[in-house]
Design a binder for this molecule. Structure first.
Ligand code: OAD
Length: 236
């Protein structure tokens, strides 16, 4: 095995072939909604009913999609590396649960998760798989109206940045899969990795915004590129 420790960052492109729409495919609209309406704290304060309805639809939509060969190949690679004493740290910007359903372990959801709620009053988080509404009460502090979708909205700090930075410092290879490189801090991971002397690889349908920063860039659909790359890591 060529690499003992790998960090993989995934974005919407890894779930595109499962039928989940990417963010920048539709002119600044996310499933027909302007981003500031459904993905900012201000949008939520303006119309919590609409925002809950929007995430309820996305959460319900998870029941209609399945992991694709890219999710499954990453999970197998993680397992194969672990069996050989290595580590694959999987960081995702995606709020779906397709990596987990593909078999991946300890997935770091830096932008939160659809199947989780967050209490705006006490910061308690809990798994939630059904519809949510503005009237809900937090199961921990009982505050009514405080629970919100556990999604990192624009202007909020992504989760787990310390452990992501530690994993980057510790790895030999950083791989970015299916992300446009438009949203920081995730878009900056390639520069961090390069500055620390790590190898860097991009697997994407088209060159991302930071494509030139990667040591290597392979273009094509994730369902094809990821299994091929995973195979080469195990064989190498
Ligand atoms: P984007 O929609 O910005 O980018 C998706 C990328 O995936 C594009 O570069 C596509 O070319 C590529 N792509 C599409 N189909 C693909 C396929 N079948 N195989 C491989 N690549 C494919 O999505 P993200 O980069 O994930 O943030 O967006 C980053 C963040 O912006 C999201 O997490 C979200 C959004 O606003 C929050 O919600 C906080």
């Amino acid at each position: 095995m060529k690499y003992k420790k790998i960090v993989v960052l995934t974005g919407a492109g890894v779930s595109a072939e499962s039928g989940i729409e990417t963010f920048r495919a539709a002119d600044g609209l996310w499933e027909n909604h302007p981003i500031d309406q459904v993905a900012t704290p201000q949008g939520y304060a303006r119309d919590p009913e609409l925002v809950h309805r929007f995430y309820n639809q996305r959460r319900a939509g998870l029941k209609t999609v399945e992991p694709n060969p890219a999710h499954i190949a990453l999970a197998r690679l993680q397992e194969d590396m672990a069996a050989k004493g290595g580590t694959l740290t999987l960081v995702t910007q995606n709020v779906d649960d397709l990596h987990e359903r593909g078999g991946a372990k300890d997935v770091i959801h830096m932008h939160g998760e659809l199947r989780s709620m967050l209490c705006g009053a006490c910061e308690h988080r809990w798994p939630h798989t059904e519809d949510a509404s503005p009237e809900m009460a937090c199961p921990d502090c009982d505050t009514e109206g405080a629970p919100r979708p556990d999604i990192v909205w624009f202007g909020e700090m992504p989760y787990h940045m310390d452990s992501i930075k530690r994993a980057l410092a510790d790895c030999a290879l950083f791989v970015s899969i299916g992300t446009s490189g438009a949203v920081y801090p995730a878009a900056g991971f390639v520069q961090m990795a390069r500055q620390m002397g790590k190898e860097t690889l991009e697997l994407n349908l088209e060159p991302s915004q930071g494509s030139h920063l990667f040591g290597q860039s392979r273009l094509g659909p994730a369902s094809q590129l990821v299994p091929e790359w995973a195979q080469s890591v195990i064989a190498g």
